[in-house]
Design a protein around this ligand. Structure first.
Ligand code: HPA
Ligand code: ZN
Length: 338
């Protein structure tokens, strides 16, 4: 790759659509919060913690991830985590981002809904006024828990729904099919919220189809295993339902063995509405620019494909027409000057 392409990527205005706030907690902040809250995370040093970021699959990652988020106790902790991410990706020229928060992971540790939501939303408001970055919040249910637990979580958060753009589904995929949450998602859709679901990361193409058909999602998170079903690929191309693809995540969790094997370029060339995202940047070795640069190098994305990925994210964002227009104009002005 020429330095020209790296610079082109780094300076490009970007939109991120798949990022777990709890997965943005860098080891240094995690350690600082552990000390501040006197939480024993079971690692002697930051280096020892980072050394544990050697995952063999989604489950082995989620074990470390759920252990790490126990350092989040106070409103300020949620603020600090959210602020750290937003200020970090602003330096990657991210202009708009949509972030996931998993309330169940915190509620079951005894953290109040208001504690997490107040910290996260205060940081989002500060980032907008001080950094000019906009951020939508998506609450994700953890699919290993029951439908009843999802409904209870939805009800417990009703007072905060005005701060939320949509709801999603995360956690260990295989064995926890999308259809388990069909009734939850139907109720949320009726309330006018956007819907997303992780599908086709470790689950097969049938999980992607089920997320579309049984949940009626507006975007698929990951979705890369759709390729195993040729008819589904054609349907996704026709419907233009966005896929929030996360190449470095897929490499770290061994969805692909080498980044060169990643199908993002093939999916794009098959006409799918693919976007580039970081997923859990502190654990997977990279934020937005790292994902773009490493993937470009590994699979040979062209300049035009980089532009298409960025345009797709603008069109797939859960924003109003005014903000979409601003993001689109910013991106087009950037490319017009190239
Ligand atoms: N998949 C499922 N659940 C998650 C992930 C992921 O990549 N990251 C955080 N929770
Ligand atoms: Zn994810």
């Amino acid at each position: 790759m020429t330095d020209g392409i790296r610079e082109l990527i780094e300076a490009m205005p970007k939109v991120e659509l798949h990022m777990h706030l709890e997965g943005s907690l860098e080891a240094d902040l995690l350690f600082a919060l552990a000390a501040r809250n006197r939480v024993d995370i079971g690692f002697a040093s930051e280096a020892a913690l980072r050394a544990a970021y050697d995952f063999k699959d989604l489950k082995s990652f989620l074990d470390v991830y759920y252990a790490g988020l126990r350092v989040l106790i106070t409103e300020q902790d949620f603020y600090d985590m959210t602020w750290a991410y937003l200020s970090r990706v602003r330096r990657d020229n991210v202009e708009h981002t949509e972030v996931f928060l998993a309330p169940q992971a915190h509620l079951r540790r005894g953290i109040a809904y208001g504690t997490m939501m107040d910290g996260v939303t205060r940081a989002i408001a500060d980032a907008k006024s001080r950094l000019g970055i906009t951020c939508g919040l998506i609450l994700v249910f953890q699919r290993q828990f029951s439908e009843d637990d999802a409904f209870a979580t939805l009800r417990a958060g009703e007072a905060f729904a005005g701060h939320v753009v949509g709801y999603g589904l995360g956690g260990p995929e295989v064995g926890n099919r999308p259809g388990k949450f069909a009734r939850v998602f139907a109720e949320i859709r009726a309330q006018g919220f956007k819907l997303v679901a992780h599908a086709g990361e470790e689950g097969g193409a049938d999980y992607v189809r089920e997320a579309v058909e049984a949940l009626g999602v507006d975007r698929i998170d990951h979705g890369v295993r759709c390729e195993e079903d040729g008819a589904l690929v054609q349907e996704l191309a026709a419907s233009r339902i966005p896929l929030t693809v996360c190449p470095l995540s897929n490499l770290k969790l061994r969805v692909v063995q080498r980044l060169e094997d990643h199908n993002i370029a093939r999916l794009l060339r098959a006409g799918l509405n693919v976007t580039m995202n970081s997923d859990d940047p502190s654990y997977f070795g990279g934020y937005m620019n790292d994902n773009y640069v490493a993937t470009q190098r590994a699979v040979g994305l062209t300049r035009e494909e980089i532009r298409t990925l960025a345009r797709n994210a603008v069109s797939a964002a859960f924003v109003d027409a005014t903000r979409r227009g601003e993001l689109a104009r910013s991106l087009e002005a950037y490319w017009a000057a190239r």
